[in-house]
Ligand binder design. Structure first.
Ligand SMILES: [Mg+2]
Length: 268
């Protein structure tokens, strides 16, 4: 295993790494204390477009973890920033998504289209109130040539009773109806990570992507040219590493172990 001494910043996944539900995972509190103490900059990067930096912050705060909303990058915020670079100011966008995504688009200066007419882009994030009429407008806009953007490709997400349709399922419906593939901003595509690295002002080689999923966090980090660390407190079991084509640079049981390794390497 190569060492972590050249790592200058981290881009950290939340679910399965920092928390599960409302509970901090082992080592999370001490890990953030160490990052603060050693002034190691980081971004908390999540594929969840239905949450806001303020909501993430409140949840961390209740767990005893002090972060700031400026350290949080959701796929919704990253989508708004991506469009800000692609489209003229105040361009009209047809959006499907919950308040955090809508707010991010408005804050980026876009006007929200009420129907397909004149929409320069269609942005789809998870919307737990979505209607057929909205899908129809989105499909019409896409067929008329609007840029088709998905915040994240996750096909399901867990609730207490099992797995329910995620944003990837909404995107699949629109792709089936239009024959157009969405451009994805969240992991495993590199855009979310690339924006995080730009914010941190560290090159990808000096930035560590920390996550619990091989096929999103680790693959996305690799596509962005970063070093990657898999944490085994989430969905991935150690045995899966034996057969997966996606191999992280580092594997840690939990954030305790990553903290110890970071401290050990940087003390050398
Ligand atoms: Mg995760």
């Amino acid at each position: 295993m190569s060492d972590l001494s050249h790592i200058q910043a981290l881009v950290i996944d939340l679910d399965g790494v920092v928390w599960r539900g409302q509970t901090a995972l082992p080592g999370a509190i001490e890990f953030f204390e160490m990052l603060t103490k050693r002034k190691l900059p980081y971004v908390l990067a999540t594929n969840n477009a239905a949450t806001s930096p303020e909501q993430v912050n409140r949840r961390l705060d209740l767990m005893g973890i002090a972060a700031s909303p400026e350290d949080v990058l959701t796929s919704g915020l990253a989508s708004a920033e991506f469009l800000r670079q692609e489209l003229p100011p105040r361009a009209s966008i047809y959006a499907i998504g919950e308040d955090p995504l809508i707010n991010a688009l408005v804050k980026a200066g876009f006007s929200l289209a009420q129907d397909a007419n004149d929409a320069r882009a269609v942005v789809v994030g998870l919307d737990r109130q979505v209607s057929w009429e909205q899908l129809a407008e989105a499909a019409l806009a896409i067929q008329a040539g609007a840029l088709f953007l998905g915040t994240n490709p996750d096909v399901t997400f867990p609730v207490e009773r099992g797995l329910v349709p995620g944003n990837g399922a909404l995107l699949a419906a629109l792709e089936t109806a239009t024959g157009v593939k969405p451009m994805i901003i969240g992991k495993p595509e590199p855009h979310l990570y690339l924006q995080a690295i730009a914010h941190l002002q560290t090159g990808p080689k000096h930035s560590l992507a920390v996550g619990d999923r091989l096929e999103t966090d680790i693959l996305g980090g690799q596509r962005a040219g970063m070093m990657t660390a898999l944490i085994l407190t989430g969905v991935t079991q150690r045995e899966e590493l034996l057969t997966s084509p996606i191999q992280p640079d580092f594997v840690f049981d939990d954030l305790h172990q990553l903290r110890h390794t970071l401290l050990g390497d940087s003390l050398e």
